[in-house]
Design a binder for this molecule. Structure first.
Ligand code: TYM
Length: 332
């Protein structure tokens, strides 16, 4: 059975981008693959969370994984920092990752542009740690959104380079995966770019947002003053809302509003109302479970204990082999 690995950073509540780009695929894959799904708390350290904030956000992601339908008896759920073998592998793989290639990563360039006062080494080597998350379990499929595609390419580069350096065929090549034809990019509500926490709360719909908040955010989402010519191209803000509608609404609904747009008869108020209601329906099963699971501390602890044990076993085996390949000898 092929192995699947993926994770989401513990930076807070999960939004629709995380869900449609990643989490929904996690849930669908768990019957047919050997799945490892973790909470990337080491990766979240690049933005320096407080200890309280770190604990709370890790817990939130575990709860939302479970609420979305990850079954801890089928998939291995764990917290990245609970498996320290990942960090050790990261140290080894850093020796074969080069400054030039790390500086060229689109995510690094974005991050330093957004936060020029926090260009830390962890940000630079972020793709190396991500590669280790994947390589440590010998995964071949990685369910992620479009924004992570380059990191998968780097993962293959690092794994292949290790194989070449030590003249072994040890690490496998992993590829980004989605049940959708293309990897997903869920757009932001603020008129441009992708949905993401760093663009502010108003630009994201969170899985835990109440119905009222979803309606409010969608009604406030950016549009323009409306089409003036038949069949004119949609501006990015409007196209983004149509793209969201394609994800949560039926084909007929999208066609209906598309035709209204093309004949300049669209009323954005009606369009947004429909989008909000369909989004509420799409997320309802998860929203209603988040609160229940969140109250069950004992269950959360049990899931993580069981997951850490399974993930540690797999990681330990890899690390033992990697140390041997590198040439470390045991003297004790
Ligand atoms: P993160 O935490 O930024 O995002 C988690 C997942 O959500 C997807 N995603 C999106 N997909 C579509 N549209 C969006 N607007 C959108 N926003 C986020 C991301 O593509 C991702 O799949 N580096 C990763 C976490 C990670 C990881 C790994 C993933 C660490 N190690 C190993 C896979 C395998 C990240 O920052 O994702």
């Amino acid at each position: 059975m092929e192995t699947v690995v993926s994770g989401i950073r513990s930076t807070g509540k999960l939004h629709l981008g995380n869900y449609y780009g990643a989490l929904q695929n996690f849930v669908k894959m768990q019957n047919d693959y050997n799945c490892f799904f973790f909470i990337a708390d080491l990766h979240s350290l690049t933005t320096h969370p407080t200890p309280e904030n770190l604990q709370q956000t890790v817990r939130q992601v575990v709860v939302e994984y479970l609420a979305a339908g990850i079954d801890p008896d089928k998939s291995t759920i764990y917290v990245q920092s609970d498996v320290p073998e990942v960090s050790e592998l990261y140290l080894y793989m850093n020796m074969n990752a080069y400054l030039g290639e790390l500086e060229r990563a689109a995510s690094f360039k974005d991050k330093i542009r957004a936060n020029p006062n926090n260009v830390n080494a962890g940000l630079l080597t972020y793709p190396v740690l991500m590669a280790c998350d994947i390589l440590i379990h010998h995964a071949t499929k990685v369910p992620v959104g479009k924004d992570q595609e380059q990191h998968l390419e780097m993962t293959r580069t690092f794994g292949n380079r290790f194989n070449r350096l030590y003249n072994v065929e040890y690490f496998k090549e992993a590829f980004a995966f989605s049940f959708n034809k293309n990897l997903m990019k869920i757009p932001s509500l603020d008129g441009q770019g992708k949905m993401g926490k760093s663009n502010g709360d108003a630009s994201c719909i969170y899985l835990s947002d109440s119905e009222k908040i979803i309606r409010k955010k969608i009604m406030k989402a950016k549009t323009d003053s409306g089409p003036t010519e038949e069949n004119q191209e949609k501006p990015e803000s409007v196209q983004n809302l149509f793209d969201l509608m394609k994800v949560v609404s039926s084909k007929d609904t999208v066609t209906y509003f598309d035709e209204l747009y093309n004949s300049c008869k669209i009323r954005y108020g009606d369009f947004k109302k429909q989008l909000a209601e369909d989004m509420i329906i799409a997320t309802d099963p998860i929203r209603s479970k988040i609160e229940d699971i969140s109250k069950n501390e004992e269950y959360i602890q049990k899931v993580l204990r069981q997951g850490t044990e399974k993930a540690s076993e797999s990681a330990h085996k890899t690390l033992k082999e990697v140390r041997e390949i590198i040439g470390f000898k045991k003297f004790y």
